[in-house]
Design a protein around this ligand. Structure first.
Ligand code: SF4
Length: 201
């Protein structure tokens, strides 16, 4: 269990760097999300690795919510949007993240980020709502791509996932990644308690 906690601390340290880099770019470029918009979170295509969900799994464990969340995830099944999204409008487009401090890297990059296109050239990925809200800022950033390149999303995910090649190896739908992270935490905690019990006995 101690190893998982240490690993989680290292993941969270990288999350701090990612948040600074991406929010800095989004603020400086003016390509920020519309207030209260949660449309990205409604997509069942949001992915994460088990490692990326480890800080959240440990947080839920410390709050005594790990078993309950695991049961909810098992009942929910596949193909659903993130279990942590709280819908605040009928169509679900307005809402908020209930685990904002512990969200995985992809969620920290929503809005505007760089990626490499099929030819390997750096490109800018910007949410369609931000493009609608700020068409001229979007055009300016496209023109400034060479002098002011956006931070690359893949690079940021790699910074996290290189911390543990096994847990960071595979991208999964976000609910599945959380489920497997919770299973790891509960498994380790069970054996930590069992070990402590044996030492006492
Ligand atoms: S973890 Fe939070 S930000 Fe990420 S998809 Fe879920 S609700 Fe949205």
């Amino acid at each position: 269990m101690q190893r998982l906690r240490e690993l989680s601390r290292r993941v969270e340290a990288v999350y701090g760097e990612i948040a600074d880099t991406f929010s800095g770019y989004q603020q400086a470029s003016g390509l920020s999300c519309r207030s209260g918009c949660g449309e990205c979170c409604t997509q069942p295509t949001v992915e994460a690795t088990i490692l990326e969900m480890l800080p959240l799994a440990l947080h839920l464990f410390d709050q005594g919510k790990a078993e309950l969340t695991l049961t909810q995830l098992e009942e929910l099944g596949d193909g659903h949007s993130c279990i942590n999204y709280q819908r605040l409008s009928f169509d679900g487009k307005q809402g908020q993240c209930s685990v904002y401090q512990h969200r995985p890297p992809l969620c920290r990059l929503f809005g505007a980020a760089g990626y490499r296109d099929k030819t390997g050239k750096p490109s800018l990925s910007v949410c369609k709502i931000i493009k609608q809200d700020h068409p001229s800022r979007y055009q300016q950033q496209l023109i400034a791509m060479e002098s002011d390149p956006p931070p690359m999303m893949l690079l940021s995910k790699e910074l996290v996932n290189q911390l543990d090649y096994e847990l960071g190896a595979k991208q999964l739908p976000i609910n599945q990644a959380l489920q497997q992270a919770l299973e790891r935490v509960l498994f380790k905690s069970y054996y930590s308690f069992a070990d402590d019990g044996q030492q006492i006995a």
